[in-house]
Design a protein around this ligand. Structure first.
Ligand code: PBG
Length: 322
């Protein structure tokens, strides 16, 4: 039936009707807020390029999580800034590591807040790369050992889910085997499966103090030009036991999110990364955009593309409206 019998404007006539036929609805259950934990007590170091975000010591992190939980947030993704770094990133595997301490404190004070730990070496290595260096490059298979150790250590502290973000081949299988050996067969793995070598991570590297001291991450993170390769990454991670696969960044990669969603029958996460967040904040601070509307539009577009879970620094700003 064509015009004039059919008029698509008919269903746009009132807010009630528009609400009734809306295809994509963002909910607080979709959102995960990344948080940065650092040593000390009563420490709040604002991250200048990411307004509203700070490196927080464990005590203040707990307070912040209480506030977010009270607003309806159900899950956070934890990143650690350790006191000391070492060449292999082994400080990430210690019982008294910074994220381990944060997990213990949070589980005590907020047992129902769902805790996801980022699993990677870059915040913990003195050179800032995501693994063990051999001959000037990250050695894949040696790095699997520390990643598995870090995962088990955090599971032992009570973390609910692990999210490896290193992009080593075979890491999902290595982590799954290690978790299972330690009886953590119910701890899910959310794999950063299609993680691109992106300039959008700029502000994060200031936040996590994890910028590589030499070279770049292009031998392990993906080329932004590729999507067939993303499907191969996802397929391998699923075969190795990933429970959720992630595409990162989100906005310049909505096509990848959609291809992953249509090709695989598995929950998909998208990481709306630091640079994407900072661009919105900078434009809003200049009065160039309507921040609230833009933020909703962005998060809705990520969900519409096929993402079930959205990791976003905007979570704190939108919770009140969901
Ligand atoms: C660690 C990691 C990074 C991000 C998440 N985990 C940085 C990187 O790979 O350089 C980026 C997150 C963001 O930009 O918000 N490997």
């Amino acid at each position: 039936m064509a015009f004039p019998t059919t008029r698509l404007r008919r269903l746009r006539q009132s807010p009630v009707l528009r609400n009734m036929v809306r295809e994509t609805i963002l909910t607080r259950h979709d959102l995960v807020m990344p948080l940065f934990v650092c040593p000390g007590t009563n420490v709040n170091n604002p991250i200048k390029s990411m307004p509203g975000n700070s490196q927080l010591s464990v005590d203040l992190l707990v307070e912040r999580c209480k506030e977010l939980y009270g607003m309806g947030l159900e899950s956070v993704l934890l990143f650690g800034i350790p006191e000391h770094k070492d060449v292999h990133g082994l400080v990430a595997c210690e019982h008294n590591g910074i994220v381990q301490k944060a997990v213990r404190a949070l589980k005590k004070e907020l047992p129902d807040l769902y805790l996801i730990a980022d699993i990677c070496n870059c915040e913990y290595t003195s050179h800032g790369h995501c693994g063990t260096i051999v001959n000037g490059d990250v050695d894949n298979d040696l790095t699997l050992i520390t990643l598995a150790k870090q995962s088990v250590s955090l599971a032992q502290e009570g973390v609910d889910m692990v999210a490896p973000s290193d992009m080593m081949d075979g890491r999902v299988g290595a982590i799954r085997r290690a978790l299972d050996e330690h009886h953590f067969h119910n701890t899910p793995i959310m794999a950063y499966s299609a993680k691109y070598a992106s300039a959008f991570y700029g502000p994060f590297r200031e936040a996590a103090e994890s910028a590589p001291q030499f070279g770049d991450r292009k031998t392990y993170q993906m080329d932004p030009a590729n999507t067939n390769e993303a499907l191969r990454e996802v397929a391998l991670d699923i075969e190795e036991g990933a429970d959720i696969v992630m595409v990162k960044p989100a906005l310049s990669y909505l096509d990848v999110i959609q291809r992953v969603k249509t090709n695989f029958n598995i929950p998909v996460a998208a990481y709306n990364v630091s640079g994407e967040f900072s661009m919105v904040k900078a434009a809003a601070a200049n009065g160039w955009i309507d921040e609230k509307r833009i933020t909703h539009e962005i998060l809705t577009s990520i969900k519409r593309a096929g993402s079930d879970i959205i990791i976003t620094y905007h979570a704190q700003d939108v919770l009140g409206d969901l």
